[in-house]
Design a protein around this ligand. Structure first.
Ligand code: KG4
Ligand code: ZN
Length: 362
């Protein structure tokens, strides 16, 4: 079953075709990064206008790359929320229009659910339509998922497809947002995550100690606004002392900041793994899952947990998206989530789907 995915929730215009929720036939992403680098962040009206210009060429390119026409597409999955309203409307209107005129079902997808399903892409976890056969390397439930993006940051316990139990979330800023804001303070280019990761490669992660918030409380919640303020005060103090931020200084702050965020994320995730000892897999998803040090740190802590539990024989599998382009916003993950959402009863019918309503909560 081939599903066309459409994603326009923020500053990426993306269309993709995915078969059976896992096989990516095309995933075309037009990133507006260059446009927003000038302002150091996304200006909603600028983003929406660019989606209008790019959506049809991107859609055409996704079909061309998959060597398919719309006739061969079974349904259209589109990001319905959350996101920038004016950006979302371009994707949902495109999907609804295609659905109406071509007589195809339209599946509204929650953006964060899309990120979760990025870990199914390029795997063999899809079910052949009409069968109950689940292929052998498919992710196994229950799964703990850490979603880390610019706009959201959660830990979900997933007992089955599309069943998300929220067990922790950020109480203020998301981790990606903190990366973006701190990069700005350091004069590093937008988006901040990749810039900080690059600067940190040449920095000393132990140079400065930035706070790890909420580490002592028993919840699985995060807080990243304090660390951003702490970097701001630190930079101001340096300025008052008449010190100019040298390249070495910037690299050291980037590395120390990155270390603090990774420590907070990994600590809470491992706390959750210990609380739910029957979980089979841990997944990392969202833009910040592109961070190599974060992947390495979670893998290291899970390995030591697996080693200490080796007597029980049950090892926890760790997954993160198979390609970097699946970490940040993309339409392949939306098509995958749409497939699993609509094929839970394996009989995708118009009745199982709905047109995306403009009144959805954003
Ligand atoms: O998932 P995403 O594309 O958009 C949202 O749904 O928010 O995530 C974008 C976020 C940005 O904050 C960006 O700075 C961050 O992901 N990011 C990274 C890296 N690559 C992207 N953060 C840390 N390290 C990276 N390598
Ligand atoms: Zn996202």
């Amino acid at each position: 079953m081939k599903i066309l995915g459409i994603e326009t929730s923020c500053d990426e215009t993306s269309c993709a075709v995915v078969e059976n929720g896992t096989r990516v036939l095309s995933n075309v992403i037009f990133s507006q990064i260059k446009l927003h680098a000038k302002t150091g962040g996304v200006v909603p009206e600028v983003a929406a206008r660019e989606h209008v210009v790019k959506i049809i060429p991107v859609l055409k390119s996704a079909l061309d790359k998959a060597k398919l026409s719309m006739d061969e597409i079974y349904a259209i999955a589109v990001t319905a929320r959350p996101g920038l309203l004016s950006s979302l409307l371009i994707g949902t209107t495109t999907a609804n229009t295609l659905g109406l005129f071509l007589g195809k079902p339209v599946i509204p997808v929650q953006h964060i659910d899309g990120h979760v399903y990025s870990n199914w892409l390029d795997g063999d976890g899809g079910r052949d339509a009409g069968t109950e056969v689940i292929q052998k390397n498919a992710p196994k439930f229950p799964i703990l998922v850490l979603t880390v993006s610019g706009g959201h940051n959660e830990i979900f316990l997933m007992r089955d497809h599309m069943k998300f139990e929220l067990i922790g979330e950020t109480v203020d800023d998301a981790a990606g947002e903190a990366f973006d804001k701190v990069a700005r303070l350091l004069g590093l280019p937008y988006p901040g995550g990749p810039s900080i990761m690059k600067a940190a490669e040449n920095g000393d992660k132990n140079a400065f100690k930035f706070p790890r918030a909420m580490m002592k409380d028993k919840t699985f919640n995060f807080s990243f606004s304090g660390i951003k303020t702490s970097v701001l005060y630190f930079m101001e103090k340096e300025k008052r002392a008449g010190r100019k931020p040298t390249k070495k200084f910037v690299n050291d702050v980037a590395a120390s900041f990155q270390e603090a965020v990774i420590d907070a994320l990994a600590t809470k995730l491992i706390m959750a793994v210990k609380k739910y000892p029957n979980i089979k897999e841990v997944h990392l998803a969202g833009g910040v899952s592109a961070n190599i040090k974060l992947r390495e740190e979670i893998a290291r802590r899970l390995k030591s947990l697996n080693d200490s539990n080796s007597a029980n024989g049950a090892k926890i599998t760790f997954r993160y998206p198979q390609k970097f382009e699946y970490c940040t916003d993309n339409a392949a993950m939306i098509a995958s989530a749409g497939y699993f959402k609509s094929s839970l009863d394996l009989t995708l019918s118009r009745a199982a789907c709905e047109y995306v309503e403009a009144s959805a909560e954003f």
